[in-house]
Each structure stands twice: as C-alpha cells, then as structure tokens.
Design a protein. Structure first.
Length: 359
C-alpha cells in the first residue's frame, strides 16, 4: 500500500544560480497548474491514509493558503501524518506560517543554504540571514516543533572557516533536522553556463563535509546528507531509502507505485495539458530491484541488512560481492556490521564510485 505523497510546486520568484530543478518564475500559471495537479491526484490517488505528505519545489510557500488547503483536502491523513512544506525565508510571513499550521502542516523545511549574506547574493538567493533567523523564530513561536534547515557547502568563494560559522550558528538554533548538500553544477543552471570562480576543490569540500559531521554531534547522522535529533528523522525521505512506494504528483515528479517507477512531464505546457499521462514508466526487473536495494541501503548510516537482501533476492550477498566488499573494507570505506555492511564517513565521500561497482 502506498502511504507517501510528494507534491511538486514549481514556482519561484527567481532562479538561484546553482538550481537545475524544474522551476519557473511564471506565477500567473499557478491557477492553471493547481487545476491540473488536482486532476492528477483525483486520477491516481487510491485514498490510502498517508504516513507522509511532502510539498517540494520550487517554492511551495508561494502558493496561496487556499490552494494548499485544496490539495490537502484531496488526501487522507491522520494526526500522526508527517506533513512537510519547503519554505524560503523571503516568502513566509508570520501570518502565513500560522495559516500553514492551522491547515495541518507540522514540519517546516527552510531553504537557508548559508548564513553569509555576501555568499547568499553571489548564488542568487533573494533573502538575507536575518530572514532565516526570523523564519526559525516565528516557526517555533507558532508551535512548529519539527523544523529542518538546508545548507550548501562548496559555494564559490566559501572557505572552511565560513562554513564552520554556518555550522556553529545551526548548533545554536532550535532545529530538529539539518540537510547538507555539496554544490553540484548541473546542466540547466546559471553556473553551468557562467562558470563561477574560486569553487572549493574536492579536497576542501571533503574537509567541509567531515567538519560538518564533527560539528553536528548533537544530531544523528542517519543518511549521507541528513542529520536529525533522535526521533526527528525525515519519515518522508526514509520512505524512499527503505524502498517503499510513493506517489509523485506535479510537474517533473517521480513516483513508485505497484512496482513501477514513473516520472511526469518537465514542461508546464505538457504537464498542464496532460496531468494524467506519465512521460516515463518502467516496471523494474529483479536485477534493477536488487541494485536499488544496495544503492538505497548504503545511503543510510545503518547500511544494508544482508540477510534481508539474501532472502528477498535469493542470493548470497557475501559471495556475490566478495571482491568489492574485500576491496573497500581493506581501504576503510566499507565497514562490516552485525547485520551486514555500511559506508564509513570516508565511504560516504566517494559513495558514487563505490556504488557504481555494485551495478
């Protein structure tokens, strides 16, 4: 049974220079987009009581409260459901946050990226550090207990000292969760076509990552990029990593239902006119399912349970992957556990290289 929903809201006031996500500054499309989104939900959603609902973007906090309420009214959930919305500090007032709380949102994810005002301007953010503090404070005062914050490291002109300052600030705030991302410059973003200068090299970025693990000791490092206070791990993201199914609604959204991975159209025109048609869908083979179990399992700090994998896929994990396991255990990148194997902190840094050998 599918118990999680991701909803993509693609609108932004402006595009950040590092962003390659599907987002647009065409706010006049919001009404038509909402109509198509509701139509897609009506068509695919089977009425399950949901464990998690996640509004991502884009900037979901640019949607009117009434529009968000219409979406939530289409879904069945309980008082125990984790309902998250991503917000930008420039797009939420105290009144807006109060209304979010009133209609059912209980988890706030704040796109901060850095507390350095100079760096914020350089990467195209339209808020300043003061607005980040205000958003956190207002959220707490309005009763939001579950507050997450995003940081990016490896920004142009960012030093380790600057990043350490960000981490020290985070440690003083009443946060329950921190997501930490290394800067990636992908095709489709401003930085891809206008190469920025003074990007920290791989070694410095690795030092930044390891510094974060050290500085965020009060949080549990439960996944490659995520840290949480005990009991406040993102249930929605854990649903992905534990290979459970989920609906993906909205432009460019990905979903996994009835063993089929699918994705929606990436242009506004195609999605708005065809909200019930997926651009891509694939029933996974057993080989692909096994590879996903390994890839997703190694993302989690606890690692993979080899007995579960052996039983599920009728294999001998130790024997099948002996050469790879021996290689990376000897280098300290993979660690043997009571249940199976996990990546070390050094392994997290080169996880893509390691995991590619299992595929």
């Amino acid at each position: 049974m599918t118990q999680s929903v991701y909803i993509h809201i693609p609108f932004c006031l402006s595009k950040c220079k590092y962003c390659s996500f599907v987002s647009f500054d065409k706010l006049d499309y919001k009404k038509g987009y909402l109509y198509s989104l509701l139509k897609e939900i009506d068509y695919y959603y089977k009425g399950e009581i949901l464990n998690t609902i996640y509004f991502g973007g884009g900037t979901p906090s640019l949607m009117e409260i009434g529009s968000l309420k219409k979406i939530l009214n289409k879904l069945n959930y309980s008082d125990l459901t984790e309902i998250t919305i991503e917000v930008n500090p420039d797009s939420v007032t105290n009144e807006y946050l109060k209304k979010l709380r009133d209609i059912g949102f209980n988890r706030i994810s704040i796109g901060a990226q850095t507390f350095n005002d100079k760096l914020l301007k350089q990467i195209g953010r339209i808020h300043d550090s003061k607005q980040i503090f205000e958003t956190v404070e207002n959220s707490v005062n309005l009763g939001f207990e579950n507050i997450s914050l995003d940081l990016i490291y490896g920004l142009p002109n960012q030093t380790i000292c600057m990043f350490e300052t960000d981490l020290e600030i985070v440690s003083t705030l009443p946060l329950k969760h921190v997501s930490l991302y290394g800067l990636k410059i992908d095709e489709g973003c401003y930085f891809y076509n206008h190469k920025p200068q003074n990007i920290p090299d791989d070694d410095i970025q690795a030092d930044m990552y390891l510094t974060a693990i050290e500085k965020l000791k009060d949080f549990r490092h439960y996944e490659i990029s995520n840290f949480a206070k005990q009991g406040f791990e993102s249930r929605h993201n854990l649903n992905y990593w534990l290979e459970n199914e989920y609906y993906g609604f909205g432009i460019s959204s990905h979903g996994f239902v009835d063993g089929i991975r699918y994705s929606n159209f990436k242009t506004l025109k195609e999605y708005v006119y065809n909200p019930t048609v997926h651009e891509f869908g694939k029933l996974l083979t057993e080989k692909e399912k096994l590879e996903e179990s390994i890839f997703l399992g190694f993302r989690i700090a606890d690692g993979i349970d080899k007995d579960k994998i052996n039983q599920k896929y009728n294999i001998n994990f130790d024997k099948k992957y002996k050469k790879i396991l021996d290689k990376y255990i000897s280098t300290g990148h993979i660690v043997k556990t009571n249940k199976g194997y996990r990546l070390s902190n050094a392994g997290f840094l080169v996880s893509n290289i390691i995991l590619s050998e299992f595929i």
